[in-house]
Structures are given as C-alpha cells and as structure tokens.
Design a protein around this ligand. Structure first.
Ligand SMILES: Cc1cc2nc3c(=O)[nH]c(=O)nc-3n(C[C@H](O)[C@H](O)[C@H](O)COP(=O)(O)O)c2cc1C
Length: 186
C-alpha cells in the first residue's frame, strides 16, 4: 500500500456536504490533476467550468426537475417530486467537464479527468460525487440557455460533473466488487 493506492481505494461518492467553501488552492490542485489525465492522442479535449455559485447549481437542478416531472416513467417523476431533489447533492460547488464534440474519445478523456479530480479531492480531505444526471435539461431546447450561462465553449458539450466539498455523510458498507471480472492469460 502507498498513499496513491490508499486514495484510489478510499474514495467514495459523497452525497451530503457541509456548506463550507472549498479553499481556492485545493480547487486549483484538483483542476491541475484533471488536466493531467490521459487523453487519446493527447488532444486534451476538455473544458472545466468551476461553479461555486450555489444559485446556479440550484437553477440547473430546477430545470432538470421540470423535465423529469413530465417524464412518462413513474420512477423518474417520483424522484423529481422529492422536495430535496438536487443533482449536485447539496455540495457547495461543482466542476462541470465538457468534451469537444469532434474528439472521438472525448467521453473517455473527460471521464479520466473526472476520476483524477475525484481521487485528488479525496487525498486533500474533500468529498466528491461523480454526476451525469445534471445535464438532462441542458441537452433539450428549453434548457439550452444554461450552456450560455455556464460559458460552455462552442463545439463542446457537457458530459460529467464532479460535486465537491467537505463531506458530512455517514457512509455505510461499500458495495462489494463484482466477481469474475478478471481473466488472466498466461
Ligand atoms: C458516469 C457516471 C455517472 C454517475 N452519475 C451519478 C449521478 O448522476 N448521481 C449520483 O449520485 N451518482 C452518480 N455516479 C456515482 C455512482 O453512483 C458511484 O460511483 C457508484 O455507485 C459507486 O460508488 P463509489 O463511487 O462510492 O465507489 C455516477 C458515476 C459515474 C461513473
């Protein structure tokens, strides 16, 4: 075991946070780790939007909630009807990672960046949660205005977000890892 392996194995998705702001030097270090993720042909086809304005995160969640309340799928309507519905899990901030639409491996490249940031956050004593559900409304015409408000550059599409903050969740047992997922060819 070393510190890196401890961080990889120790990181968990956190879904409840203190409202304390995250220090800027920590956010900067996390962003640097995101930018040093591997990417296909080293194209680095990502853009990071750092949102520390909780009102903006609330607005995104409210737009998603509106869409889901109209869903034909009951499970989604019930989820959205929860008064505490919040895609960002009440975190004080989130980093949205957008991928270049013309980069063939943008989804993988951006996912690498998010995981790097999640591990870095954990190593700095922060909690984080990997989020894909935040973009429901912004991929529809009625929510597209959010892309402008977030300053997502032309040619990029939001892919993932990382909710970030000091966690205050009492974590239960970890889900066991699936068995029989490794084949050795000797
Ligand atoms: C691509 C991706 C999308 C995810 N989207 C969400 C999400 O929208 N909301 C959420 O609470 N967790 C989301 N998660 C977190 C997973 O639920 C979590 O990683 C998984 O349950 C394993 O738990 P762990 O990260 O604590 O090991 C997402 C994870 C990934 C990799």
């Amino acid at each position: 075991m070393n510190e890196t392996i401890r961080s990889i194995l120790g990181r968990r998705c956190i879904r409840s946070y203190e409202q304390t702001a995250v220090e800027k030097d920590k956010v900067d270090a996390i962003l640097e780790c995101g930018q040093y993720a591997p990417s296909a042909l080293n194209t680095q086809p990502w853009h990071f939007t750092v949102v520390t304005n909780r009102g903006v995160l609330d607005k995104i969640s409210a737009e998603n909630k509106k869409v889901l309340l109209e869903s034909t799928i009951e499970r989604k309507r019930l989820k959205a009807a929860d008064p505490n519905y919040d895609n960002f899990r009440n975190a004080p901030m989130a980093i949205i990672v957008s991928g270049a639409k013309d980069a063939p491996f943008a989804a993988a490249d951006c996912a690498n960046a998010v995981e790097n940031m999640a591990i870095a956050a954990y190593s700095l004593g922060l909690g984080s949660c990997y989020i894909a559900s935040f973009k429901i409304a912004m991929t529809k015409p009625e929510g597209a205005y959010l892309l402008d408000e977030l300053g997502i550059p032309a040619g990029y599409a939001p892919l993932y977000a990382l909710a970030l903050g000091y966690g205050d969740e009492v974590l239960g047992e970890r889900a066991p890892r699936r068995k029989n997922t490794i084949t050795y060819i000797d």
